[in-house]
Design a protein around this ligand. Structure first.
Ligand code: 13P
Ligand code: SF4
Length: 395
């Protein structure tokens, strides 16, 4: 595996000795296609790959077996390695993962992503055991706002809503009014009744929202994603010149100057959906992990990535670590009770305002309502029966 990762080439010939048509290893596209045969210098790499392919395949089989035996659900974000996405039961953007977790029957969840994702799942499902594949896989942006700053803003504006991007810590969420993700931010912010909206921690996402939701005073924070913030304007411009027919699909964590060049701006799942629509060539401005899902569904699409965007934290999620959790156990994710109680409020409000209250929480509430009505009815019938017997006796 290590040797393989040392190879700097972007495309790697995959000789036809294994059955899969393509896969991804770290950030590289590995494919079986005759047109790549001219890169004969890579053939040695392919034999190495074949070896690791067999090891990985055996490991995936063991994981799937263990997972079934232990009734564990594996959730993964689109930025983790293709191999991990492949064995996950649910793969999606951060909103999808948070809401999916509320619908699962499994008592244990393994989260392949970054810490705030597992933490949000634990807060929404305190009764479940949640393991991070790597407890140190953290999103640096989640820490780019302080409680002190939120308190200052609350003092400054009387009519203020503090909106926190789900990429934030539980402590921060506990001081906010509602959570958002890149897939529901516009919908939720437009629904808020307050005029002043302080969006934390991502300044780029906030400035994108400010451009779209014009009737609000959006207050920006200085946080940013250290991956998306790195995209070079020149690179995107160059790709646009080189591939004039390719649509530019960008994540709202990118800087404004990049978003100005985009034909579509959206969450990871939004970008994937857009790339799967008509058109066969796209310039993608987000983390490279999303290529796995696109190539899986449409292997012939041509994707040009603006920069080598790799989220190191997401890449800490590996098959080896998942297998270890399933065999030996792992570090269970814990959230302080008081903080969790407070952080649950903005997370639940997000589900409600994003329109998913119906699907998940209303189902739970409906279930509780059904049972409480049934119990009431039983008491009622019992009481009526007792009353009837008493009346009979008196008569
Ligand atoms: P999505 O909600 O679009 O998956 O984004 C999560 C993230 O961390 C992007 O950097
Ligand atoms: Fe955080 Fe950026 Fe990685 Fe997303 S890509 S998890 S925002 S560091």
């Amino acid at each position: 595996m290590l040797l393989y990762r040392l190879i700097a080439k972007e495309n790697i010939l995959y000789v036809p000795i294994a059955s899969r048509e393509f896969t991804t290893v770290e950030s590289k596209k590995v494919c079986f296609d005759q047109k790549y045969a001219r890169w004969s210098s890579n053939i040695l790499v392919c034999w190495l790959y074949f070896d690791t392919f067999l090891v990985a395949r055996a490991m995936k089989e063991r994981i799937k077996k263990l997972q079934k035996e232990k009734d564990v659900a594996i959730l993964a974000h689109y930025y983790v390695d293709g191999d991990v996405q492949e064995i996950a039961d649910y793969v999606g953007d951060s909103f999808y993962l948070a809401k999916t977790a509320t619908k699962l029957k499994n008592k244990t969840i393994i989260m392949a992503g970054v810490y705030f994702m597992g933490e949000s799942i634990k807060i929404l499902n305190p009764e479940k055991t949640v393991y991070m594949v790597d407890i140190y896989a953290d999103c640096p942006m989640a820490h780019m706002i302080t409680i002190k700053k939120i308190k200052e803003m609350r003092e400054k504006y009387s009519d203020l809503s503090v909106v926190c991007y789900i990429n934030s810590t539980a402590e921060i969420k506990a001081h906010c009014d509602v959570c958002i993700t890149s897939s529901n931010a516009l919908k939720i912010v437009s629904k808020l009744k307050e005029k002043n909206i302080f969006i934390v921690p991502d300044g780029n996402l906030a400035s994108y929202i400010a451009k779209q939701v014009k009737n609000k005073n959006i207050i920006l924070n200085e946080g940013y994603c250290c991956v998306h913030n790195l995209v070079h304007l020149e690179n995107v411009k160059k790709l646009k010149e080189e591939y004039p027919n390719a649509k530019v699909l960008a994540h709202p964590e990118c800087k404004e100057e990049i978003l100005k060049l985009a034909d579509y701006i959206g969450s990871t799942s939004g970008i994937i959906a857009e790339a799967l629509k008509e058109g066969d060539e796209f310039i993608i401005v987000t983390e490279r992990g999303i290529r796995f899902e696109i190539y899986k569904k449409a292997p012939n699409k041509k994707l040009h990535f603006a920069d080598t965007l790799i989220c190191r934290s997401m890449k800490k999620n590996t098959l080896e670590k998942i297998e270890k959790i399933l065999t030996e156990g792992g570090d269970e994710l814990k959230v302080d009770d008081e903080i969790a109680k407070k952080a649950l409020i903005p997370l639940e409000r997000m589900l409600e305002l994003a329109g998913d209250w119906n699907e998940s929480w209303k189902l739970r509430c409906g279930y509780n309502w059904f049972w409480s009505c049934s119990i009431d009815l039983c008491f009622d019938i019992r009481w009526q029966y007792k009353y009837m017997l008493n009346n009979k006796k008196e008569a």
